[in-house]
Ligand binder design. Sequence first.
Ligand SMILES: [Zn+2]
Length: 374
Amino acid sequence: MREFAVKKMTDEDKPRSEAIRSALPDRGWLRRIPKIDLHVHLDGSLRPRLIWDILERNGGNPFSSLLELEKRLRVSDEVADLAGYLRIFDFVLAYLQQPDDIERAAFELAEDSSAEKIRYLEVRFSPILHLQAAPVAEIVAGALRGLKKAEETFPIRAALILSCIREKNPESSLEVVRSALHFREEGVVGIDLAGNETEFPGYPHRAAFDRAAEQGLNITIHAGEARGAASIREALEILHARRVGHGLSLTDDPALLERFVKESIPLEVCLTTNVHTKSVKSFSEHPLKFFLAGGLKVTLNTDDRLMSGITLTDEFFRAQSYLGLGKNDIGLMLRNAAEAAFLPEDEKRLFQADFLEELDPYLPIPEGTDGDRR
Ligand SMILES: [Zn+2]
């Protein structure tokens, strides 16, 4: 005779219910956990109020309200691709030129990040796009002052990455590298290559990246966002990338994907901006979950808080809502980020220990570990 009694929950069922609970989107939990953002652009993440104040100072502010200005700075449905998205930056760059304004932008970005419990922040920007009022050294010093002041005011560690720009002269990339080397003791932890990937390959800038690699500078490259996997290969094989920003086209190249897994090359995924630049069709079609399942060292980052109107909490919330990522997936991405930080090795180990100590109590206990999360 078959039994129809309602089955009581046994210990065996508990991990499953824990797994279900931990997979539900939970904004409150996301707000509470300590976080790391490794990929965020200064000129893409400032407060609209800063541009407003600059416009007022210059005289002739064409906007009738802060809201109207904010709308001008946000991505719209008309943006068709990465190049279109990057055109919004031209507006910001026309005004963000004074070292003191750059200092304020950096301070406020770190303040906003700290407010959502980001404990470590790697801010990137390209000093060569801010040369209307001051030379490279003063521009970089301004950004570093802002981050330093934020570190003294809020519980956050903030470092700087200097970006070379694909569409600029290769000589300007050498200048970025020289500046990164000059300021490496004061908070510059690496260099990057950003800009219009569709039309501008990275190899013309290889002399700058050769020099950076020779000098032991950390290198990350935006690649595989708007072009195929060959662009990612170029980042690794010609430009000495240690981390890759986006890497979406890894889905087209299983051998390259395998290399990322084998060599534990961190990927800086930016879910929301990938949708806004039309690099992926929708949130639910983003390969983030596929990358995680494949064993890639994935991190999740904001990219452009201003243009995309997001926080890191939003970014994780979308990963939970659209892709069904659980709390342990998010914990894993944050652990990956702590490991992938460009801090000097000894500082990184100290930071990592503190960060994991703060993070671990928030994570569900994985199955079969008898409560020991480590
Ligand atoms: Zn980026």
